[in-house]
Write a protein that binds this ligand. Structure first.
Ligand SMILES: Cc1ncc(COP(=O)(O)O)c(C=O)c1O
Length: 366
């Protein structure tokens, strides 16, 4: 949810010179920029290991692959996410258990997790929706009690914080997306996985590179496990290195924009997404909940094309899951899904743009 042209123009000179530099070195797979980015990002998150991958979706898939799930194993997640969250679980052959969300945070309702745990549950996959951190402490204590792994879907939450720590350092595995339009983005698909476990890290290195452990200069090059080609492009890594330096500044502006929206849009007719007291959202966008959402969306979107509806339908109602029989109680997910409107919140928005968009919205709802 960006003006990607503005995003490019903000750093045009250095981006173009980096691209030229990578192309003239002739190393377009892995190489120095990828290694540098993995090093930089792991320092940024204060986590031991970082593996770049070809997308957030592949990151989720590879992260789940490390758990070696069997046919009847279950993974708990939410339905109000982008569809790849659910797809990753299905693709590794496990069963999805969609748990309802909390109406205020729009994240998984941690009080509903335990009653969905069975003897087959292996992992919890919470999604930090629109950059808003879930209640990791509660989720971690549930996971510990039931010996479950946690894989965080932080595809929208790069740079977000929980208890003064960056998302990415807090559970078994965390997955980020660097697709264009994400908070930290490259110039094509991309993703990142972080972990503090050496064992998981070593597995991920193989999974992203055809099962190979290393790339010696001369063949033979051995493949030790069945893997994928899921590497981040070197040019994207070079651009991510430039933008990572500005990530905290981006987040600061996004938080400022969110506060401005809250001030201007304060009204009984508009509900905001609530952030936990000890968390800092990275505000991928600014979600609001309103009645007559569809009508207002049509009008507002014609004024500003970055006003969006996201994740419609929720995963459990999407075509690909229509034959998936379940009886999960997802009432809040369904209700909230019909009310959410996403407003742009990115770092290139001016105060004037936020005021103008907000005033249009207020005129429409009043
Ligand atoms: C919550 C969530 N999870 C996963 C993904 C998948 O990321 P990618 O587009 O990099 O594959 C997205 C993409 O928008 C997302 O929003």
């Amino acid at each position: 949810m960006y003006d990607l042209k503005k995003h490019f123009l903000a750093d045009k000179k250095i981006i173009l010179s980096k691209i030229e530099n990578v192309l003239s070195k002739g190393v377009l797979e892995m190489g120095e920029e990828v290694e540098k980015f993995e090093e930089n990002f792991k320092k940024y998150c204060n986590v031991k290991y970082c593996v770049t991958v070809s997308s957030g979706s592949m990151g989720l898939l590879l992260a789940l692959k490390t758990l070696d799930l069997k046919k009847n194993d279950e993974v708990i997640t939410v339905s109000n996410s982008d569809i790849p969250t659910s797809h990753a679980i299905t693709l590794v052959g496990a069963k999805i258990k969609w748990v309802d969300i909390n109406e205020d945070s729009l994240n998984i309702d941690e009080n509903k997790i335990e009653k969905n745990i069975t003897k087959n549950t292996r992992a919890i996959l919470p999604v930090h929706l629109f950059g808003n951190p879930c209640n990791i402490s509660k989720i971690s204590s549930i996971a510990k009690k039931h010996k479950l792994k946690i894989i965080e879907d932080a595809c929208l939450a790069t740079g977000a914080e929980y208890k003064n720590k960056k998302i990415g350092s807090l559970s078994d595995l965390t997955v980020f997306s660097t697709n264009p339009g994400k908070i930290l983005d490259g110039i094509g698909p991309g993703g990142i996985i972080t972990t503090n476990s050496k064992n998981l890290y070593l597995q991920l290195l193989q999974l992203r590179d055809y099962g190979r452990k290393e790339r010696p200069k001369k063949w033979p090059v051995k493949s030790y496990t069945i893997g994928y080609n899921s590497k981040l492009s070197t040019i994207s890594a070079a651009i991510l290195n430039i933008r990572l330096e500005k990530l905290d500044e981006y987040i600061q502006i996004r938080n400022y924009n969110a506060e401005l929206y809250k001030e201007i849009l304060f009204s009984k007719k508009i509900k905001f997404q609530k952030t936990l007291k000890d968390a800092k959202s990275s505000w991928r966008n600014f979600p609001i909940r309103i009645k007559n959402r569809n009508k207002i969306y049509d009008k507002l979107n014609s004024i500003n094309s970055l006003v969006k509806l996201n994740y419609l339908p929720p995963n459990h109602q999407d075509e690909c899951y229509k034959n998936f029989k379940h009886n999960f109680d997802l009432k809040i997910t369904e209700k909230v899904n019909s009310e959410i409107l996403n407003l742009p919140c990115h770092q290139y928005m001016t105060k004037n743009e936020i005021e103008t968009l907000s005033n249009h919205l207020l005129n429409l709802i009043n």
